[in-house]
Ligand binder design. Sequence first.
Ligand SMILES: [Zn+2]
Length: 140
Amino acid sequence: MHKYYICPECKGHIMVGDYIIFTARNQKKESGLLLLHPNIGNYDSIKHPSFKFKAGEMLEFCCPLCTSCLVSGFDKKLVHVIMVDKDSQEYDIYFSRIAGEKSTYKISGESSSVMSTGEHSHRYTYFKMPDNMQKFLHKD
Ligand SMILES: [Zn+2]
C-alpha cells in the first residue's frame, strides 16, 4: 500500500524511502535525525548512536524542512503529522513524544473515527480529545 506523510505546517514530504524523518531533540537540547517506521503500530526507529535519549524522556519532534516542532494542539505530549493514503484520503496521526511509549492514534477527518494502537495507548484514552471523538475510540 502506498502512502505518504506530510508536515502539518509546511505540507512538505517527511517520508523518504522507507522511513519518516524528523529532527528530534532530547531533554539536553541535543539534536539528531530520527527515522520512524511509517506503518502504524510498528515502533522501529533508526538514529545515529551519538544521539542518545533514555526511555521515558520527552523528545521534541520537528519537521526537517520547516523546523516547526510538531506538537498536537490538544495534548503537548503527542506529535501530530498528516498521513495521506493511496486514495488521497488524509488522516491526522498522533503519537507519543515520550521515548519508549507506544501510543498512536489515527483519526480520519471525514468520519471522525479514531483508531488507537500500541500497548500504552490507554494512557491517552481520556486526554483532551473532543467528546465527539472519544465515542469512536476503540482498539483495533
Ligand atoms: Zn514542515
